[in-house]
Design a protein around this ligand. Structure first.
Ligand code: PLP
Length: 383
């Protein structure tokens, strides 16, 4: 049977060079980077060289990066860490209604701690409007958190404009750049951003490791207490192999960014073209922004059917796609992102996220589009 993985926004296959680098570290090194003997020094060198490599790729100083246990931890460290270091000043936060749950659920927790949170609306393409950010600002606003690009529909947000608003008012600006990394060139110092979250497993690196960029001068209280690692910002023995793999993954992603973009755009266009041929232009709707999107995320609704039926049928054909929203205890929840975009019910309930990358071919996309057409025809005949 075919096996086609189109869920790269959830997690990606590890790049062979990343696996090789990790294997080298796992079999050749086992010291603790905090130990002073030769084994420790060697571990420390491995961590430092990954940090230097990532800093160079991201256009920041090595000491502005803190390694974490992934994107979720980076988001939490950014919000809770920055706010607790600020304690005493204002209690208002601005975010959007389409953030990843790592930000949304952290904000709900912050509300319990007495913060007031504004969840900005988005337009029907999934974009935050600058005027809405401006209108939400108050004397009390201390932090804005807006994602670089959305993980369900791929819409890229006006980060620079929002960052400038924040900077002019001395408000801390956090950006969840987990999906943008490797798809959009990122240079931290060229952006008006104070904190930026990254994750390795969305860019063909290992799961369970990520980083938070913390601009020099931004104070951050640690979320966990223990050793003095990561300049006292994240206690705990470093995930040395994971960090080495992350370093390798960032380097590969940066070196092949344009290539990857072209490849993903080609896959995307092939997929849309075959769907148009097989189903006709009016049988499906692309959700997201017409020009400001990540090439590797394609969210499509097939209003004739529902998400669950189509996903199940695709799975039976060996094709892995996603609803884009969390699947809780077998019942499919309607995506908070598509809901915020105020899409009609039949569009909301028939949306599928196809996300692609390393290892996918045009044949995969052709095959999947043809299978979708076959499945939809079969379902239609049955009803
Ligand atoms: C995957 C993802 C996260 C969470 O990252 P993990 O490393 O899986 O914890 C956060 N934000 C966005 C936008 C993501 O796509």
């Amino acid at each position: 049977m075919n096996s086609i993985y189109l869920d790269h926004a959830a997690s990606t296959p590890i790049h062979p060079q990343v696996a090789e680098e990790m294997m080298k570290v796992m079999t050749g090194q086992f010291g603790n980077a905090s130990s002073v003997h030769a084994f420790g020094r060697s571990a420390k060198r491995t961590v430092s060289s990954a940090r230097d490599m990532i800093a160079k790729s991201l256009g920041c100083h090595p000491d502005e990066l803190v390694f974490t246990g992934g994107g979720t931890e980076s988001d939490n460290l950014a919000l809770f860490g920055a706010l607790s270091a600020l304690s005493g000043s204002g209690k208002h936060i601005i975010t959007s209604s389409i953030e990843h749950h790592a930000v949304l659920h952290a904000c709900e927790e912050l509300e319990k701690l007495g913060y007031r949170v504004t969840y900005l609306p988005v337009d029907s393409t999934g974009r935050v409007q600058i005027e809405d950010v401006e209108n939400a600002l108050t004397e009390e606003t201390v932090l804005i958190s807006i994602m670089y690009a959305n993980n369900e529909v791929g819409t890229v947000q006006p980060i620079t404009e929002i960052g400038e608003l924040a900077r002019n008012r001395g408000i801390i600006f956090h950006v969840d750049a987990v999906q943008a990394l490797g798809a959009i060139p990122i240079s931290c110092h060229d952006l008006p951003v104070d904190l930026m979250s990254f994750s390795a497993h969305k860019i063909n690196g290992p799961q369970g490791v990520g980083a938070l960029y913390i601009r020099r001068g931004i104070h951050l209280a640690p979320r966990q207490h223990g050793g003095l690692q990561e300049k006292k910002r994240r206690a705990g023995t470093e995930n040395m192999a994971g960090i080495a793999g992350f370093g390798q993954a960032v380097q590969i992603a940066a070196a092949h960014l344009k290539e990857r973009r072209d490849h993903d755009l080609m896959l995307r266009h092939t997929f849309i073209r075959i769907l148009e041929q097989e189903l006709g232009k009016d049988s499906f709707i692309i959700n997201g922004h017409p020009s400001e999107f990540l090439p590797h995320i394609l969210n499509i609704s097939f209003p004739d059917t529902d998400t669950e039926t189509l996903l199940m049928n695709l799975d039976m054909e060996g094709i892995a796609a996603a609803s884009g929203s969390a699947c809780t205890s077998g019942s499919l929840e309607v995506s908070h992102v598509l809901q915020a975009m105020k899409l009609p019910q039949n569009v909301l309930r028939s949306a599928i996220r196809f996300s692609f990358g390393l290892g996918n071919t045009t044949e995969d996309m052709e095959y999947t589009a043809q299978k979708i057409a076959t499945i939809l025809r079969r379902l239609r005949n049955r009803s």
